[in-house]
Design a protein around this ligand. Structure first.
Ligand code: C5P
Length: 279
């Protein structure tokens, strides 16, 4: 039996960091949103005497062992429930890697969902629990849609608004390391000490604290191109360096995408995704 799961990219419509934690992570406040740019995870599995996991992908730069979050997600699910099976996973990549679009997290979440469609061992809460042990954005990616996320990102509260929205997501050549971006924030905001740092209140306004420590020409150029082509606003996603813009209609978004391509950027027209994963 082959099971296919879409792994949707996530964008951060709002992203603030509210404190540094004892465990070295940071508390965040973020509105995360799934968009239609997606990878596909397909899984074949059959019960066996012992557990074997094989992973391949169409992206040669990705590891196919435990260094890949998809492999770790499969291993976590299968060992947690004591399942012995031959599991073969294929990953088809479309989401840019290391972009702040949650591609790896979403692939891992799709792996958990796909395995759960096959083996039916977990309820949503259990899947989220397993997801939180894999990475900070994986729990959101398990449920998808739009949500207000707190804690490391694993505390998920539903957001009400489910209107169809149009986005362009774009990225240049440069990449940013997430731990380094957090370290830059620590420097700039004095380790978020003494509770002196109050989170910005309005979750409905586009905001990303990582923009205050990111200085990449490509980002400025992408934003300018989006705004020139009718974006209502344009914002970096996650710790960067991908950028998204929201558009009133698909025509403007298409034009922006063409202009971004002409300037040498990767760009994708996306719409909002609200359907929850088939858990
Ligand atoms: O959880 P994830 O693997 O996505 O985190 C990658 C890195 O980003 C962590 O090792 C940590 O340095 C940083 N991080 C953080 N606070 C978060 C999420 C990530 O400091 N809430």
């Amino acid at each position: 039996m082959t099971v296919f799961e879409k792994a949707y990219a996530k964008i951060n419509l709002f992203l603030d960091v509210t404190g540094r934690r004892e465990d070295g992570f940071h508390d965040i406040l973020s509105v995360m949103h799934s968009v239609s740019l997606a990878d596909t995870v397909s899984i074949d599995a059959e019960y066996s005497d012992e557990l074997t996991i094989s992973l391949n992908s169409d992206s040669p730069e990705l590891p196919s062992d435990k260094n890949n979050l998809v492999y770790r997600a499969a291993e976590k699910y299968l060992t947690h429930f004591g399942i012995n099976a031959n599991v073969s996973i294929h990953l088809e990549k479309h989401i840019p890697i290391g972009a702040g679009l949650g591609g790896g997290s979403s692939d891992a979440a799709a792996t958990l969902r796909a395995l759960n469609r096959i083996f039916r061992k977990a309820d949503t809460e259990q899947l989220i629990e397993l997801a939180s042990e894999l990475g900070s954005d994986v729990p959101f990616c398990v449920v998808g849609g739009i949500a207000v996320c707190r804690g490391r990102g694993e505390k998920i509260g539903r957001a009400e608004n489910a209107t169809p929205r149009v986005f362009v997501v774009a990225i240049g050549e440069e990449r940013i390391s997430t731990p380094k971006a957090f370290a830059e924030l620590d420097k700039k905001y004095n380790d978020f000490k003494f509770n002196s740092y109050a989170p910005r209140g309005d979750l409905h306004k586009p905001y990303n604290i990582f923009e205050s420590v990111t200085n990449i020409c490509e980002i400025t150029k992408i934003k300018e191109t989006m705004i020139k082509n009718g974006a209502e606003y344009s914002l970096m996603s996650g710790s960067g360096p991908s950028v998204f813009g929201e558009f009133k209609n698909v025509c403007d978004a298409d034009d922006a995408c063409i202009n971004l391509h002409n300037n040498g950027f990767s760009a994708f027209v996306c719409h909002s995704v609200y359907l929850e994963g088939d858990i």
